[in-house]
Ligand binder design. Structure first.
Ligand code: SAH
Ligand code: SF4
Length: 323
């Protein structure tokens, strides 16, 4: 898809055309300008020549999950995942090509960083699936760190939320960050009801630093302080993601430390069973249960994320352009 010349074309048109075209691209999700029959033929021809709605994507399917490997204009590749559970359809989008933060357990981190995605490249990932399914939820939990591409991510969120475009409720949009405090602060001033998730994965700075090098810049204390300010301003719940990795962060001692820092009525802990890589493995289900029970007994709000998509390399942390 390439909409770089779109503004140039819209500029010359009467004001209502902009809305009409936005609706065609994002709400009606047309994949060919020939289907834009509400537009005058001459304009349609110009749009056809100067922009493209074609998305180059290879789709992989598994039970309840589809993965799209999208090739962008500059031949960079990104991955997007569609998940279907109960009546909810969620698209997990990428915010960057690769990721610069190199978390030890994450396959995307191993790819390194290539570049930020443009707003339309973020939206294109939702369109791939919207052209055939009704989409209810969006999570920014694919490749990359959303808050290191703040402006394009927020622009995309606004278009996803816009009634004339995707019309997805802000409460159905979640952004996950390793804890870039500047981003959390900015988000708290946006007056948007989107959900914030923090990738925690360790209950203390020492362990977190071993797993996530960026912890050097953003300490746990700093992140929690910023999150508390966010909560004060927005009065919204915050989700803490804790991926359980065998013999790394899954001991009762770890659970004890975690329950000490997670005691807050608006904190939710989401436990995720690790998706195995060469270096790290998932704990047994018994160990996960024991960890979860410990937190529950301590009065922590805790949920467990069901994992799927592993067979097509579509699960959390597995997005690394492998087929
Ligand atoms: N960069 C952002 C957005 C990516 S979200 C962030 O890290 O928050 C992807 C989530 O999956 C993160 O919480 C990440 O830590 C987690 N993850 C990475 N590798 C994983 C793996 N192998 N198994 C389970 N979760 C993993
Ligand atoms: Fe980047 Fe998130 Fe993976 Fe860390 S977990 S390397 S921040 S995508």
């Amino acid at each position: 898809m390439n909409l770089k010349n779109l503004n140039k074309i819209i500029e010359k048109e009467p004001a209502f055309r902009k809305k009409q075209i936005e609706k065609l691209i994002y709400q009606d999700a047309i994949d060919d300008w020939d289907n834009a029959t509400v537009l005058p033929l001459k304009l349609r021809e110009e749009l056809k020549k100067e922009t493209s709605l074609k998305i180059k994507a290879e789709i992989f399917k598994s039970k309840n999950v589809e993965k799209a490997l999208i090739t962008l204009e500059d031949n960079s590749q990104i991955e997007t995942v569609l998940m279907k559970h109960d009546d909810r359809t969620t698209v997990c989008v990428s915010s960057q090509v690769g990721c610069a933060l190199g978390c030890k357990f994450c396959a995307t981190g191993k790819l390194g960083f290539k570049r930020n995605l443009e707003t339309e490249e973020i939206l294109e990932q939702v369109l791939v699936f919207k052209r055939k399914e009704r989409i209810r939820n969006i999570v920014f939990m694919g490749m990359g760190e959303p808050f290191l591409n703040y402006d394009n991510v927020l622009n995309a969120v606004k278009i996803l939320n816009n009634e004339n475009a995707f019309n997805i409720g802000a409460r159905h949009i979640s952004i996950s960050t390793v804890g870039i405090t500047e981003g959390i602060e900015k988000l708290s001033n946006e007056k948007l009801q989107v959900n914030l998730a923090i990738s925690l994965h360790a209950p203390n700075n020492n362990l977190r630093l071993k797993l996530m090098p960026i912890s050097k810049k953003y300490s746990l204390e700093n992140i929690l302080k910023t999150v508390n300010e966010y909560i004060k301003k927005t009065n919204r719940k915050v989700m803490f993601e804790y991926t359980l990795i065998d013999n790394v962060n899954d001991s009762i001692e770890n659970a004890k430390e975690l329950s000490k820092i997670m005691k807050h009525p608006l904190y939710m802990v989401n436990l995720i069973k690790y998706n195995d890589t060469e270096e790290f493995k998932a704990p047994s289900n018994e160990k996960i249960k024991r960890f979860k029970n410990y937190l529950e007994k301590g009065g922590i709000n805790v949920t467990e994320r069901y994992r799927f998509g592993g067979d097509i390399h579509a699960a959390c942390g597995q997005l690394c352009l492998k087929k």
